[in-house]
Design a protein around this ligand. Structure first.
Ligand code: URA
Length: 236
């Protein structure tokens, strides 16, 4: 982490009203422990494991919905394939469409700082996996439409099943309502855990919303503390 990164991180803490920080024990490795080396006897015919490269290959040069003609790049997702924590956003914006990577614009820079508050000094953006509900940019960043979500959702489900994170954090109304299959507002959904397909799912405000409403940063910080505590609990 450069001096500039540290100063920016401290600025973020100051913005959300943190006045003191403490230094804790060194980090535990983020990677999941490898499987025990006992050779298990196969009991029944098993499906080959689904992996992120296989899922990306299945998406191919996707033409499944009407976003295909206007996109520059498919934004599949990026990060640690063994992540304990996955962030799910809404859809790529202009920068993401251009680079083919999620959360690389202004909202993404803020997300990087937010991730640093989950387990300060232990977890960074490289430890998590980041993806979106939609893999292609909606024109002019309009809201995703139901047919687009329907076409793209199986890939998100497969990504989550392949990574098997302990915790999923939905960023913003759209991701939260889709992952949680709810029509409740983000203000009501955030700040608590739900169980979905064996994962603990929490929602928080979208970083793009925080850029417009910085007073909401404190709630996001509280949500990140909850995630840190839940990860600790699930590891022990
Ligand atoms: N907003 C999102 O929801 N996802 C991105 O990848 C970028 C901005």
């Amino acid at each position: 982490m450069s001096r500039e990164d540290i100063l920016q991180q401290l600025q973020f803490f100051r913005d959300i009203g943190v006045t003191s920080l403490s230094i804790e024990e060194p980090a535990r490795p983020m990677a999941k422990p490898s499987a025990p080396s006992i050779t298990a006897k196969p009991t029944a015919a098993k499906h080959p494991a689904d992996t992120l490269p296989i899922i990306r290959e299945d998406i191919g040069d996707c033409q499944r919905c009407k976003l295909a003609p206007s996109r520059t790049n498919i934004v599949f997702g990026s990060g640690n394939i063994n992540a304990e924590l996955v962030f799910v956003g809404e859809a790529p914006g202009a920068d993401e469409d251009e680079q083919g990577l999620p959360f690389v614009g202004r909202a993404g820079q803020l997300l990087t700082k937010i991730i640093d508050t989950v387990e300060p000094g232990k977890m960074t953006r490289e430890d998590v996996y980041i993806c979106n509900i939609l893999k292609c940019r909606p024109p002019n960043n309009r809201n995703p439409e139901p047919d687009e979500v329907l076409a793209c959702n199986p890939f998100l489900k497969r990504q989550l099943a392949a990574i098997r994170p302990k915790v999923v954090c939905c960023l913003g109304t759209f991701a939260a309502q889709n992952v949680l299959q709810s029509d409740v507002t983000i203000s009501k959904l955030r700040g608590k855990f739900f169980d979905v397909d064996g994962m603990r799912v929490i929602a928080t405000f979208h970083p793009a919303y925080l850029l417009r409403s910085p007073d909401k940063k404190r709630e996001v910080w509280q949500d990140m503390i909850m995630i840190g505590a839940e990860l600790q609990r699930l590891r022990s």
